[in-house]
Design a protein around this ligand. Sequence first.
Ligand SMILES: Cc1cc2nc3c(=O)[nH]c(=O)nc-3n(C[C@H](O)[C@H](O)[C@H](O)COP(=O)(O)O)c2cc1C
Length: 195
Amino acid sequence: MDFKKLVMKNRSYRRFFNHYKISKNTLLELIDLARLTPSAKNLQPLKYFISYDEKTNQKIFDTLSWAGYLKTGGIDIEPEERPSAYIIILGDKRLADNFLIDAGIAAQTILLGAVNKGLGGCIVATIKRDKLKELIPENENYEILIVVALGKPKEKVVIETVKDNDVKYWRENLTHHVPKRSLTEVLLNDLSHLP
Ligand SMILES: Cc1cc2nc3c(=O)[nH]c(=O)nc-3n(C[C@H](O)[C@H](O)[C@H](O)COP(=O)(O)O)c2cc1C
């Protein structure tokens, strides 16, 4: 897929065809991509925990907050629309004390890899971490950073242009609209003065 198409298609998807299962091998392939990404001081302090069975998925789902800007945040994801798998990204406190940029790069790489495979997902950072921790072995060594939810997307997401500085996404007829700032708004250089 053309790279811009891949980036545009890689939206935050929150509703999926839950009957579509994601295999352990697919999740391992995605983590294999993430482990190759840049890392501050190349410390590579990130660790990953995968889930693709109903029972563990349910436990993870219960700790996550979805789409805070929507009035229906979280409630409108029916059981049959829930993610089929999750990758929890954790920081190994024995290896570093600052993980966030590494985690963002890893999460985006996982999502791009997922979209390239016809899947999709969402980064979730609003997490009941104390509850989620219970799933992690030897959890005293790890900080839960973000959860990447994955599945076969059911919803349509379209990109809009930000108007009046309103960055809130919205839903209309089951389509999710996500406003993005324009190229001229995000570029600080004065284009008319550039050679
Ligand atoms: C660091 C980070 C944390 C996020 N946390 C959540 C979250 O807790 N819940 C959620 O539903 N979406 C979460 N998102 C997804 C954003 O809401 C989403 O990226 C934004 O609405 C723009 O949509 P887009 O990803 O399709 O461009 C998060 C995204 C990032 C990058």
